[in-house]
Design a protein around this ligand. Sequence first.
Ligand code: 5AD
Ligand code: SF4
Length: 480
Amino acid sequence: MNNLFLEGKKKRMSKREKIVIPNAEIERQKGFLLDIKNMTKSPKFAFIETYGCAQNVNDSEKLLGMLSMAGYEKTLDKEKADIIIYNTCAVRENAELKVFGNIGALKALKRKKEDLIIGVCGCMMQQEHIADQIRKKYKHVDIVFGTHALYRFGEILKNVLTEKERIIDITKSDGVIYEDMPISHTGTVSQGVSVMYGCNNFCTYCIVPYVRGRERSRLKEDIISEVKSIAEKGIKEITLLGQNVNSYGHDIENYIDFPDLLGEVSKVEGIERIRFMTSHPKDLSDKLIDEIASNKKVCAQLHLPIQCGSDNILKKMNRKYTKEEYLEKIKKVKEKIPNITLTTDIIVGFPGETNEDFEHTIDVLEKVRYDSVFSFIYSKRKGTPASVMEDVLTPEEKKKNFNRLLEVQNRISKEINDEYENKEYEILVEGESKTDINYLTGRTEGGKIVNFKGDKNLVGKIIKIKVTKAQTWSLFGEII
Ligand code: 5AD
Ligand code: SF4
């Protein structure tokens, strides 16, 4: 018994050691960044465009940190840039098509400015067939690198600058963890912090496990020290990020779990609100529900993607829970945290989905009454098991179901928001409203957007407001 246990232990530890990049390598990579700073003119400018999820935003912050070490300043103007990087998303086809369109459009700029470096990175590039397409059809692109090569960006860029050759680095290393590389946090009021990378779940529609590798957790000391550095800048809210935060720590022997990590993070002085994303329903534990309920700094908000309400489709999706099990968890959450804000992700038109299956999804919406729903029409991803499954519904039928889902959810969201009218809430002020500069905007603990009139010096502060008007997507209020 003992031997077997030790065997298992050894195996797990060595697997982790294999993915952690040693300090010497990190120092070597920083050396390349400093070399670039010394060998190129200044000032020089970098333009980064990010597609997709919060993890990608986090990766772009790392890119920006590295570029800043190499002497680049951030610009929002492509014409002014010495380097343009697209950090891409592979989750759905429409995001990929947009990237191809935008890369194509850079051809003219490259012709005008020969020294311009064009780089494309992220999940989309981690797929061989896509990198190949860029290699063959988009010859004006200088650098292609996948998610696993991000920490090597300095080395790649230095080679491109000195050798004047294209570099395509999509080596599959099954993901790596590196600490102590520079990162430029871009949040002013709220900041994302990765707690783990990758995913082990292999939902049959999803490309993420193939492009981001297996789950690997950061050490709690590294997370806490990053959170402290964010709090020192006066930022009050953080969002802990991972594809499935509930399995945080499971890849490290005798380690703390996610609820305990929340407890540790909440001890950081200055941090007043903690959110997290994303939880897989199968792994949502009572302990996590209790931590949200009892820890004042952890916001009463839960994003719990159901994807579909039909057991038949959930099985085909490899989600490992049934509609009833999911509803049971939601019931528990609502009992323990009555003021919880609930959101979810739903895929409409997964292969094999019938109109009857879809009715189960509508039934879940009516039963759970989410505050809002992120809905997507299924998009075939090359190499995933679902990509060879047969459709039952036509594209038109899928679209009809999708529109019906939006209609049902919009009604529910508006009904829930109506309940906020004439009540008082604390909001963290985020900045000017994107739709009307006469308004400031902030979020309630549950993440609801509230627009109100007030002085810009309130940005970053937590203030009390009274909600005066509810809309489907947001609230209006006044300072009290
Ligand atoms: N097609 C449509 N939506 C998808 N998602 C993931 N893969 C696909 C796909 N192939 C959605 C899921 C996931 C969210 C981030 O994106 O709902 O939770
Ligand atoms: Fe994709 Fe499923 Fe992993 Fe989420 S849990 S990233 S949907 S495979």
